[in-house]
Write a new protein. Structure first.
Length: 322
């Protein structure tokens, strides 16, 4: 079950363009899953091993767009792997600490965001992420390096510090609580914000409470909870409290886009939910993942400089596109 948000990124000079999945849950940038690496005059083989997908590390020029060109960026070149149809690799925009142990003879690998900042291309080490819902007329997204796009938000960005709870603290981790209507289903706890995950994953005990409250049944074939149209009419909002702010995930935002039902092996007329079981009980230090289905309803800001994550509402927060 997956929706992958991709960006076309240039590597080398002249640049060859690769379609990369944008991933806040990973910090290395790598290519080679679909299209072979084209070496140019700017390509330098470091001789180091890239530990994912039996690859090698190269240093090369990376072009995000004409204004965002990075010199000497570490690139993993995978020799054999698959990430999805037509996807060549990952653009890693997670915290730099996640790169520890990923390249031989290297402590940490500078991320693309970090290099943009240290090379003076952007004035602050901040990334803004905007998604439109997968089923809307414009299901595109936008990455803003060095800040956020105020034209995409309604109201203000509200920030919370990165959680101190491990292992969520090594990612873009935050503390939040979740209620279904007035019923608490997950007490304040740590988890992660991840563009590389499609669904909203919650601890098993919270998931069981959600399933019970909604009356949903688990569809084995699709791998998602399913509800009837009558149950959909009764569905309540989910409330995510992050810091001092509560974000409302409407009933429509909790369902898989019906236009994409058949893409996940479902029935075109059925209603599936995007809340899924993370597979471990709460208290594990990573009790939720706010994936794409959350991030297409709220703008997100990843601020390395101040060790914080921010959210804001958008024109899609209350949309009924699903």
């Amino acid at each position: 079950t997956g929706v992958i948000y991709t960006a076309d990124i240039g590597v080398g000079s002249p640049a060859t363009y690769y379609t990369l999945s944008v991933d806040t849950g990973s910090s290395n940038t790598w290519i080679g899953a679909n299209k072979a690496y084209e070496k140019t005059a700017t390509s330098q083989d470091t001789g180091n091993t890239f530990k994912y997908a039996s690859g090698e590390e190269y240093i090369d020029t990376v072009t995000l767009n004409s204004d965002l060109v990075i010199d000497n960026q570490s690139i993993g070149v995978a020799s054999s792997t698959s990430i999805g149809d037509g996807v060549d690799g990952l653009l890693g925009v997670g915290p730099v600490g996640l790169t520890q142990g990923t390249v031989s003879n290297t402590d940490e690998v500078a991320t693309v965001t970090q290099n943009l900042y240290t090379q003076g291309t952007i004035g602050s080490e901040v990334l803004g992420v905007f998604f439109a819902p997968a089923s809307s007329d414009d299901s595109s997204g936008e990455l803003t390096f060095g800040g956020y796009d105020a034209s995409k938000i309604t109201g203000d960005v509200s920030y919370v510090p990165i959680t101190s709870t491990s292992p969520a603290s090594t990612y873009w981790g935050i503390d939040q609580s979740i209620s279904y209507g007035d019923t608490p289903i997950l007490d304040e706890t740590a988890g992660i914000v991840d563009t590389g995950s499609t669904l909203i994953l919650i601890a098993t005990d919270a998931f069981n409470k959600y399933q019970s409250a909604t009356g949903a049944t688990f569809n084995e074939d699709v791998g998602l909870l399913q509800i009837s149209s009558d149950q959909y009419d009764q569905l309540l909002s989910l409330y995510f409290t992050i810091g001092e702010v509560t974000y409302e995930l409407t009933p429509n935002a909790q369902i898989w886009p019906r236009s994409l039902n058949t893409a996940v092996g479902g029935d075109a007329n059925s209603i599936y939910l995007v809340i899924a079981d993370i597979g471990s009980p709460s208290g594990s230090g990573e009790d939720f993942t706010n994936g794409y289905c959350f991030l297409q309803r709220f703008y997100s800001v990843y601020d390395t400089t101040n060790s914080q994550v921010g959210f804001a509402t958008t024109k899609y927060t209350y949309a009924t596109t699903n």
